[in-house]
Design a protein around this ligand. Structure first.
Ligand code: GLN
Length: 488
C-alpha cells in the first residue's frame, strides 16, 4: 500500500471499506521514514497525533459520520501556519521552540473536516525565497534529483506530496511560493483568489499578497482541499464575505469554446527551451481540443517583478517588527531594551530576512517613499488593470510557471537577483490577487518536471480548475521520482 495516490481514490476506498485511514496514514508515515533522510521535507512529524486522528476518522466513518472529502486523509502543513500545541518556527531561529496557543483557521477547518495532520514542513525562512535553501534548519531537496532544490518557499510541502509522505499539503503563495515549487517537483499547486482562504494564523510575510493554497497530485484533489479550507472568516478582515464559488462546477467540461490567452511577455527568450517547448505543445493541443487560443500582450508584466520586490519587503519590514524578543520567540539578553532587541534580531534572523527588512525599511523611509513604494503601488495597479482588460477577451491566461526546471543547490544563493528572477511568471497573479495554478506537464531532458500555469480572473476558480483539469488530461503526466529506498 502506497500513499502515492490521489485523495479522491483514497477517499473512495475508505468509503467502500477497502482502505482505512490508519493504513493510509501508516503508509504516509512510512514514506516519510524512508525519504526524509534524503529530502528533509518535514521539520516536525507528528506521528502520534496523526495516528490518533486516523483512528478517530476510521471510527467516525464506520459510524456513518462523514465529514467530507478530506476525512481520514493525511495532509502536511507549511511551518508558517500556527498549530496549537505543535511547534511552529517559520524555519527561523527566532521562533525555534515556539509552541502556539491557537491554530490557524485553515488548520481548524482541516480538523473539522476530519483530515489527518501529519506534521509541519520546511520553508525558506518566513517564506522569503524560491528554493527552500534559506531555512535555518537546512534545505529541502528535490526528490527528482537530490542535488537540486525543490523550489520555494513551500518546498517542504511540495515534496511531501511528490514522495507520498502526505496526500495533500498546504503552502502559502506571496509571489509564487506554492506554484513554483509545485512546478519544480511535478505536483499540482494552486494559489486561490486573494481573500478566498483565511490568513488568520498564517504568520505574515506581505499581508496584501499572502494567500494559502493546496499542493496535490491532481487538479480534482486541489478542488477538494480548497473546498475544505475556503470561505469567509471574521478573524481575517481581508477575507471575502459571502459564499465560495462552486469550485467543481467546471470539472469534466473540457475546453470546448474556452477562450485562452497566451501571454506574450511569458514567452521570453530567457526561458529554458525545454520549458518553452512543453508549454507550446500543450497550447497546441488545447487548441486541437476545442479551445480558442489568442496571443495577449500585458506590457506591465515587465515591471511586476521589480514592484513586487519593493512591496513585499516593505510589508515584511513592518510585519517582522513584532519579533522583538519580548512578544514571541527567542531572546538574546542585552545591556538595555534596545540592545536586547537588536541582538535578538541579529541572532534570530537569517541573511535573506535581514536583506528584506533593510530593503523594505529603506523603500518606506521618508524621502524614498514616493520614489520606491509609491511607484511600486502604481505598477501594481497597472498590472491589475492590464489583467482585468485581458479577461474581457479571454477566460484564462496561460504560460510557464517558472522559466527553469529545478536548479542545483547553491546555484543562486550567492546572487539574490537571479533567485528573485525565478518568480517572474508567478508574481503578476499575486499583485492582482487573481487565482492561478501550476499543473505538471512533462519532464525536461534531465528528467526534471515542467509546470504549466493557468491564471483566471478574481473568483474565477471554477474556470481555472476546468482548464487545469483539461491540461492535466492532455499532458497525462504520470511519472514518479525514483528516490533510492522510497516506495514505488
Ligand atoms: N520567492 C518569492 C520571495 O522570495 C515569493 C515567496 C512567497 O511566495 N512566499 O519573495
Amino acid at each position: 500500500m502506497s500513499a502515492r495516490q490521489t485523495i479522491r481514490r483514497a477517499a473512495a476506498a475508505m468509503r467502500d471499506g477497502s482502505l482505512t485511514s490508519v493504513e493510509l496514514t501508516r503508509a504516509a508515515l512510512k514514506a516519510a521514514s524512508m525519504t526524509e533522510s534524503q529530502v528533509h521535507a518535514y521539520l516536525t512529524l507528528d506521528t502520534e497525533g496523526a495516528l490518533q486522528a486516523a483512528e478517530m476518522a476510521d471510527s467516525e466513518l464506520g459510524a456513518g459520520d462523514d465529514r467530507g472529502p478530506l476525512h481520514g486523509i493525511p495532509i502536511a502543513l507549511k511551518d508558517n501556519m500556527v498549530t496549537k500545541g505543535i511547534e511552529t518556527t517559520c524555519s527561523s531561529r527566532i521562533l525555534s521552540g515556539y509552541v502556539p496557543p491557537y491554530s490557524a483557521t485553515v488548520v481548524e477547518r482541516l480538523e473539522e473536516g476530519g483530515a489527518v495532520i501529519t506534521g509541519k514542513t520546511n520553508l525558506d525562512e518566513f517564506a522569503m525565497g524560491s528554493s527552500t535553501e534559506h531555512s535555518a534548519f537546512g534545505p529541502t531537496r528535490n526528490p527528482w534529483d537530490t542535488d537540486r532544490v525543490p523550489g520555494g518557499s513551500s518546498g517542504g510541502s511540495a515534496v511531501t506530496v511528490a514522495v507520498g509522505s502526505a496526500l495533500g499539503a498546504l503552502g502559502s503563495d506571496t509571489g509564487g511560493s506554492v506554484r513554483q515549487p509545485a512546478s519544480l517537483t511535478g505536483v499540482v499547486g494552486m494559489k486561490p483568489t486573494y481573500g478566498l482562504v483565511s490568513r488568520y494564523g498564517l504568520i505574515p510575510f506581505a499581508s496584501s499578497l499572502d494567500q494559502i493554497g493546496p499542493f496535490t497530485r491532481t487538479v480534482a484533489d486541489a478542488v477538494d482541499v480548497l473546498s475544505v479550507i475556503a470561505g469567509h472568516d471574521p478573524h481575517d478582515a481581508t477575507s471575502i464575505p459571502g459564499s465560495v464559488p462552486n469550485l467543481d462546477a467546471g470539472l469534466g467540461r473540457g475546453l470546448d469554446g474556452v477562450k485562452v490567452g497566451v501571454v506574450s511577455e511569458m514567452q521570453r527568450d530567457e526561458t529554458e527551451p525545454a520549458v518553452r517547448g512543453a508549454v507550446a505543445n500543450i497550447i497546441e493541443q488545447m487548441e486541437a481540443n476545442g479551445a480558442k487560443v489568442q496571443e495577449v500582450s500585458l506590457p506591465s508584466f515587465e515591471y511586476a517583478l521589480s514592484a513586487y520586490y519593493l512591496i513585499a519587503p516593505a510589508e515584511a519590514s513592518a510585519n517582522l517588527a513584532r519579533f522583538d524578543g519580548v512578544r514571541y520567540g527567542n531572546r538574546v539578553d542585552g545591556a538595555n531594551v534596545a540592545d536586547m532587541m537588536s541582538k535578538t534580531r541579529a541572532d534570530g534572523f537569517g541573511a535573506e530576512v535581514i536583506r528584506r527588512i533593510l530593503l523594505g525599511t529603506y523603500a518606506l523611509s521618508a524621502g524614498h517613499f514616493d520614489a520606491f513604494y509609491g511607484q511600486a503601488l502604481k505598477v501594481r495597479s497597472l498590472v491589475r488593470r492590464d489583467l482585468d482588460a485581458a479577461y474581457e477577451d479571454v477566460d484564462v491566461l496561460v504560460g510557464p510557471t517558472s522559466p527553469t526546471t529545478a536548479f542545483e543547490l547553491g546555484a543562486k544563493t550567492a546572487d539574490p537577483l537571479t533567485m528573485y528572477l525565478t518568480d517572474v511568471f508567478t508574481i503578476p497573479a499575486n499583485l492582482s490577487g487573481h487565482p492561478a495554478i501550476s499543473v505538471p506537464v512533462g519532464l525536461d531532458e534531465a528528467g526534471l518536471p515542467i509546470g504549466f500555469q493557468v491564471m483566471a480572473p478574481a473568483l474565477g476558480e471554477p474556470t481555472l480548475f476546468q482548464v487545469a483539469e483539461a491540461v492535466e488530461s492532455i499532458a497525462a503526466f504520470d511519472q514518479e521520482p525514483e528516490l533510492a529506498g522510497s516506495l514505488a
